[in-house]
Design a protein around this ligand. Structure first.
Ligand code: ZN
Length: 292
């Protein structure tokens, strides 16, 4: 287990189109100082405004997690954030030339590969600031149920419940480390239901969506590119990928807890991230009072 904070060794860029906006987009990962966390910059806007990847800057969660600060907005940040946590990056600047990072193949794998190609750089004497939970934290809203509690590793159990013949209840439990993330989670692509596509497009969403970057679940078959599904349960794996991305907003590595989530969605993920952040902050406050 790495104990020191990490960034990347050098800049690296990827290009593609945004999933929802359909805009061409260039994303550049840039090394950043210790304790700065993950920051997005809109380099196409005057002054290159910055938006921190923190829960308080989430402006909307319609089919993605969207950050904003003043005029600067960055849509669909979750796959980039997930990749950072998956490979153990604590601090990184993410420069984007459009309102949305490129969706690439709909998974986190292209971002993971870029980070690993650039190389991981450790600050020799700046320890990671782990998220420590005081005890169990619960969240429930309608069918969505989440809980987290202290554990020895970073364990996740995700359960998907949809009323669709091609989407039976799927559940997956993993103990996450870099290798497991790379192999089991990073390649899982985003998906939607065929009956939603027209509606999404009419709402100005999924403008860049295609079988190059998403799986479309039809009435009686999956529509994918020629490779087919990457895992029989790719859907629950992608939900786990999104959850890791949204929990990255807490701004602390997620090691030493078990998270269980059912009927996951971005709004719930972000609400849960805030609960975890507040529970951990409360405990730190209590400890520092006791130390006085
Ligand atoms: Zn996603």
């Amino acid at each position: 287990m790495e104990t020191m904070q990490a960034t990347i060794k050098k800049e690296i860029s990827l290009e593609g189109i945004g999933l929802h906006t359909g805009h061409p987009s260039k994303l550049t990962f840039r090394p950043s100082p210790a304790n700065t966390g993950i920051r997005f910059f809109r380099v196409d806007l005057p002054g290159h405004p910055m938006v921190p990847a923190r829960p308080d800057f989430v402006i909307t969660t319609a089919r993605g997690t969207n950050l904003g600060l003043g005029e600067a907005k960055i849509h669909t940040v979750e796959h980039v954030l997930s990749a950072c946590t998956g490979v153990g990056i604590d601090n990184i600047d993410v420069l984007v030339s459009a309102p949305e990072p490129p969706i690439m193949d709909g998974s986190a794998l292209p971002f993971v590969k870029a980070i690993l190609t650039a190389g991981i750089e450790r600050y020799p004497d700046v320890p990671k600031r782990w998220l420590h939970l005081p005890g169990e934290v619960h969240y429930q809203d309608g069918k969505a149920k989440y809980r987290a509690f202290p554990a020895d590793n970073f364990e996740i159990k995700a359960t998907l419940i949809h009323e669709h013949p091609l989407m039976p209840e799927m559940s997956l439990t993993l103990t996450m480390d870099r290798e497991v993330y790379l192999r089991e989670i990073a390649p899982a692509r985003t998906f939607c239901f065929e009956h939603e596509v027209e509606f999404l497009k009419s709402q100005g969403l999924a403008q860049g969506g295609s079988l190059d970057n998403a799986i479309v679940i039809g009435k009686d078959c999956y529509h994918t590119n020629e490779g087919g599904l990457r895992f029989p349960d790719e859907f629950v794996r992608h939900k786990m990928l999104d959850l890791i991305g949204d929990l990255t907003l807490i701004g602390r590595p997620l090691f030493k807890m078990r998270v269980e989530a059912e009927c996951l969605g971005h709004a719930h993920n972000v609400a849960f991230a805030k609960l975890l952040r507040d529970a951990a902050a409360k405990m730190r406050g209590k400890k520092s009072l006791e130390a006085r």
